[in-house]
Design a binder for this molecule. Sequence first.
Ligand code: NAP
Length: 272
Amino acid sequence: MTASGMRTGVDEPFDPSWFRLDGRTALVTGGGRGIGNAIAHGLARSGARVGIVDLNQGSAGAAAETIRASGGAALGLDADVRDPAQISAALKEIQADLGPVQVLINNAGIAIRKPLLDMAEREIRDLIDTNLLGMIHCARAVGPGMAQAGYGRIVNVASISAIHGMVTRVVYCATKGGVDAFTRALAVERAPAGITVNAIGPGIIATPLLAAYLEQHPDKRRRAETEVPLGRIGVPDDLVGATLFLASEAARYMTGQTIYVDGGLVAGDSWW
Ligand code: NAP
């Protein structure tokens, strides 16, 4: 890694410090809880300054406070990824405090489980506005700064739902398929500017997004524990390693890819 914490020279030999994020500033959306929260803490432990935005009143601020209490640099703000003006304003404040954002973790997302024909138009729009348009708004907001620096890392949080159809999650699956396509297309478009765009695809992860569902359906929990080749439901910290790798210099020759972090779910069936 160079002294400025930016690009390494192509002829430089690999160094384990490439996995670190010292000197970088990262923005994590939906970092108040769940997967985004684990990633925000992981970024801070890897040396990054971390800006966090979240919809939930105060949860981003509380997450940032926890990072600061353990010696990191962080700022948390309430902002809605569905609203480009709120994202621009939050980004401005975060950059004034923590410096130019070089890493975007596009994580905020919601799930609504209903058969398609039972969904209200508002619910369909909310899923698309949050899970797909929200990521597009955030990538556009950080775009000019990353282009000016000639460097950037964007990691989108997709899902196994992008490549695996699921009942009662038709629109959710469509948004995550959109995130995969968005990742590939943006990767190609932004590559000349020195910006890589990749995604992680979580499997079944025990977060507040899933907690109520698993509680109401203990049979599904048991089935998941049997069907996941690695034998358990994931936890948010399982997603941190792959995300930090994609955000780091160690992934400098990767762009447009989705890494599935799912205990082996999409790799194949273990029962047959
Ligand atoms: P979570 O525990 O519900 O956390 C999501 C966070 O995003 C919450 O803090 C939420 O705020 C925030 N958020 C929601 N809408 C927002 C908006 N409009 N603007 C800003 N922040 C917003 O969910 P999670 O399981 O960690 O999910 C994180 C990502 O992983 C999502 O993109 C999800 O689709 C994806 N994923 C999760 C799983 C899984 O099994 N859990 C599997 C595959 C993919 P509030 O607290 O106010 O709601």
